[in-house]
Design a protein around this ligand. Structure first.
Ligand code: FES
Length: 153
């Protein structure tokens, strides 16, 4: 299996690993494909993600994608962060082996879960935003494979 230099770098030197003590919101998700889990903490000020940290019980690809995902979403508005897909994160890492694409779903869903809680708690959930959370809790290949990449396996 071939990993890019960027994947190896983010795996060996993960950015933003850990927890945020005064996090605004957190999301914990499990990967239905392998059973691994991840927690993502976000600090949000004026609707901007000013900090993000993750902890994962997962493989190297999950660590690398979470590390890259935190770097990509820090500084974005919450709505912009919602549009950062697992595929965009994998591309930023110069790709993942097809059998590891499912690992990149963990980071995206953990961010989404954290933002979903945030929007609901703050009374900011709108029908448009709600659509973006429709896939949470399901990663069945037939329904979501475009999104999750599991079809590549
Ligand atoms: Fe489970 Fe990669 S094998 S996240």
């Amino acid at each position: 299996m071939q990993y890019s230099d960027k994947v190896l770098d983010h795996f060996m030197n993960p950015r933003n690993m850990g927890e945020i003590e005064d996090a605004t919101t957190s999301g914990t998700v499990g990967n239905p494909v392998c059973g691994d889990i991840m927690k993502m903490d976000l600090k949000i000020v004026d609707n901007i993600i000013v900090d993000a940290k993750f902890k994962t019980f997962g493989c190297g690809s999950a660590i690398a994608t979470s590390s890259m995902a935190t770097e990509m979403i820090i500084g974005l508005t919450t709505d912009e962060a919602l549009d950062v897909t697992n595929k965009a994160v994998a591309e930023a890492l110069d790709g993942l082996p097809p059998v590891k694409m499912h690992c990149s779903v963990l980071a995206e869903q953990a961010v989404k879960k954290a933002l979903e809680s945030y929007y609901i708690r703050e009374g900011l959930m709108t029908p448009e935003r709600a659509k973006k959370f429709a896939i949470l809790g399901q990663c069945e290949h037939e329904e979501n494979y475009e999104h999750c990449g599991c079809s590549d396996e």
